[in-house]
Design a protein. Structure first.
Length: 715
């Protein structure tokens, strides 16, 4: 048995690959191929971080590759939009029709009448977030702002400590106090848990801050349940205690931070007693948390995506990012804050985004507001064409009812590139067949560890499926786009994927990755990795900025989140000091709204689905089980709801139906339903996206999914 790139052979071959999904773990995979057919997908046991394990989402990846429902050929709609009735056509006919329709729309309505819709259905550098950017920039299409995930967090984090990788996840074995904040590691970051387990064996305490008793919270030493959207209040109160009780590392604060006097004055108002009224967490619990966090060094904070998803999410991350500087947690390996290690990867984003191709002043529409855009509620020309790839907006975008109504418009030309017939693909005029990770080459960074991973194509594409790179090459040729960027081969794109001269890439080449499958960035070992022991933060001052110099730039959007743009987007100046912003949809913000809709809906990630991926597979549906609404027994009793009852969840935006599950560990006034279930599989043809808001958080145009107020009644 050999491990090598695939070659035509009848022998058994094991091919190195990488999980393509939008997950921090980016697992190294081994694909066993016999006679041209993949017969097994397993984790690579030699990978130091992912260590041979795949999660429940990817263990059955062959079911996705060989799914009888795979889209394998281009198709044209033959029935009403949403009926799912299509006929097979040739690639030539599909590309010609798309090019003809796009040209006609541009000629009649202008290029901004066309909009791409995409995200991270695959995370590879070649086929992922930016694969279509040059095509739509050349076309002059409306710019799609993609701030689904971490845009607000990244903005706040960068304002405070810069775009640093922070803590090496492997170094958590050295942590003495691990504070997991809004992150269900056991479901969404599985391979970090063994390092936490090892740290506990060495004496570390693990505390989880989360409104919900998740799998991770249940496994921790302590679970602190706070009211949704009040994370900033708790973090600022911790800072108050640390400063008021003299628990700061005065030497670190003096030499490696700026703005401490102003920050200390700001947090005087955020007492534990005040925070108790906001968060529901007892003041003494807050004091104990702050003391233990400051006293057990090195301490680390692991923040999850959910912490940004409310009106004040950005300021919450600002406050959390300040805490390690206050207590000198950065001095040793395993100390600091862990957000996105992707900052360590010198990805050559410009070679894929090509911002210079974008026409200045092109209209920007955030994908959260796609429903409103399709309804003609946005400035500029009406949208007449959508091109969807790497995304399933019917499930992941809010305002679902308005979005579906827009997709049903007969004057809207919709193209969807997909591996299977999603809720969105059902509304397409043309469906194009997309490859899975086993059928394409790619190269991967990670937002959860420090390894570059190479994905070899292990089998020939099934049917007439093509990678996103090839799809856009064909479309560009049909449109007559002659810039050399549209003729690059996959091999040429892989050669451009990184700044190979960067110190972090020393000893790493395309050839070495192709041979070895993965390599750790050239950074110190986990036992030595303490990049900010003596400051050196990538901020304007080189220090932790309690007073953020970047605040003068306003509510900018960090690069990567806006198609075609490689610059921060300036807005109104913001307060340079961390401060508390309460949830927008609550009694303080709108008492009349909370009187009508008194329950706060949280929509965390599923255990068996990755966003909406795998929501159509029988195995994953059995693991995840039917969508439920978790509700406290007291809230259920007040509404006559019993275990297993069919209930409707609703607000002014829409409603959806599912089954009630009573759970006394849940905070009263909070209800929970995991996202990812498909609309076509749901009761009454709607999912939780029907009730989610389209309002932005305070920084980075982040979503406010956790600010959703609803009422629940028997269906």
């Amino acid at each position: 048995m050999t491990i090598a790139p695939p070659e035509p052979t009848t022998a058994t071959t094991v091919v190195r690959g990488a999980c393509p999904h939008d997950c921090p773990d980016t697992c190294a995979m081994l694909v066993t191929v016999e006679d041209g057919r993949a017969v097994d997908v397993a984790g690579d046991p030699d990978h130091p971080y992912t260590a041979g394990g795949l999660c429940v989402k990817v263990n059955n990846y062959l079911d996705r590759v060989y799914d009888p429902g795979r889209v394998l050929f281009p198709m044209r709609r033959t029935g009403p939009k949403g009926s799912g009735r299509f006929e097979r056509i040739s690639w030539s006919d599909a590309v010609d029709e798309i090019a003809t329709r796009l040209r006609g729309i541009v000629d009649e309505h202008g290029p901004e009448a066309v909009m791409p819709v995409s995200y991270l259905g695959t995370q590879g550098i070649l086929n992922g977030l930016n694969v279509g950017d040059p095509f739509f920039a050349e076309l002059g299409a409306t710019v799609a702002e993609r701030t689904y995930c971490d845009s607000g967090s990244c903005t706040a984090y960068a304002m405070t400590i810069g775009d640093t990788a922070g803590v090496d996840p492997e170094s958590l074995v050295h942590s003495r106090f691990i504070l997991i904040w809004a992150c269900n590691i056991q479901s969404t970051n599985l391979h970090l848990w063994p390092y936490i387990t090892e740290a506990r064996k060495r004496g570390a305490k693990v505390v989880v801050v989360d409104p919900v008793r998740t799998r991770t919270a249940a496994a921790a030493d302590q679970h602190i349940a706070l009211r949704p959207g009040t994370d900033g209040a708790l973090a600022l109160a911790m800072a108050h205690v640390i400063i008021a009780e003299g628990l700061t590392d005065t030497d670190y604060v003096e030499h490696f931070t700026v703005g401490y006097p102003e920050f200390a004055e700001r947090v005087e108002q955020y007492t534990p007693e005040w925070a108790e009224t906001e968060t529901g967490v007892p003041a003494e619990t807050i004091r104990t948390l702050a003391r233990e966090y400051a006293g057990a060094q090195p301490s680390v904070i692991r923040i999850g995506v959910a912490v940004e998803r409310h009106a004040g999410g950005g300021q919450a991350v600002r406050a959390l990012s300040c805490l390690p500087g206050l207590v000198g947690a950065w001095r040793k390996p395993g100390g600091g804050i862990l957000q996105l290690p992707l900052w360590a990867f010198p990805v050559n984003w410009g070679a894929f985004m090509h911002p210079e191709m974008l026409t200045p002043g092109t209209r920007v529409i955030n994908q959260y507001r796609l429903g409103s855009a399709l309804a003609g509620e946005m400035d500029g020309p009406p949208l007449k064409a959508l091109f969807v790839y790497n995304s399933n907006p019917v499930v992941v975008c809010p305002d679902q009812d308005k979005l579906v109504a827009g997709l049903q418009r007969e004057d809207l030309f919709t193209v969807v590139s997909e591996q299977c017939m999603t809720d969105t693909a059902d509304y397409a005029d043309i469906v194009l067949p997309a490859t899975t990770q086993l059928e394409q080459d790619d190269i991967m960074f990670s937002w959860g560890h420090l390894f570059v991973t190479y994905n070899h194509r292990s089998i020939a594409p099934l049917g007439e499926a093509v990678p996103n790179t090839e799809m856009f090459r064909r479309l560009a040729a049909a449109m007559g786009f002659d810039d050399p960027v549209f003729r690059r081969t996959d091999a040429e794109m892989i050669a451009e994927a990184f700044d190979w001269s960067h110190p972090h890439m020393q000893g790493i080449t395309v050839e070495s990755l192709q041979e070895q499958g993965w390599q750790r960035l050239n950074v110190p070992s986990p036992d030595e990795y303490a990049p900010h022991a003596e400051g050196g933060f990538p901020t304007g001052s080189g220090k932790v900025e309690f007073v953020a110099s970047a605040a003068a730039g306003g509510n900018f959007v960090v690069p990567l989140f806006r198609q075609g743009s490689n610059d921060h987007q300036p807005g109104q100046p913001v307060d340079p000091l961390p401060h508390y912003i309460p949830p927008r949809e609550n009694a303080a913000g709108d008492p009349s709204l909370s009187n009508r809709y008194p329950l706060n809906l949280l929509t965390p990630k599923s255990h068996a689905y990755l966003n909406s991926s795998f929501g159509n597979h029988e195995f994953h549906q059995k693991v995840q089980k039917e969508a439920t609404l978790v509700i406290h027994p007291d809230d259920a009793a007040a509404r006559g709801i019993t275990e297993g009852a069919q209930v409707q969840v609703f607000n002014d935006r829409g409603r959806f139906t599912l089954v009630a599950k009573l759970d006394r560990t849940l905070l009263p006034g909070v209800v929970v339903s995991a996202m990812g279930a498909w609309r076509k599989h749901s009761r009454a043809g709607a999912t939780l996206a029907a009730v989610n808001p389209t309002a932005f958080a305070d920084l980075g145009n982040a979503p406010t999914f956790s600010d959703t107020l609803v009422e629940v009644e028997i269906a």
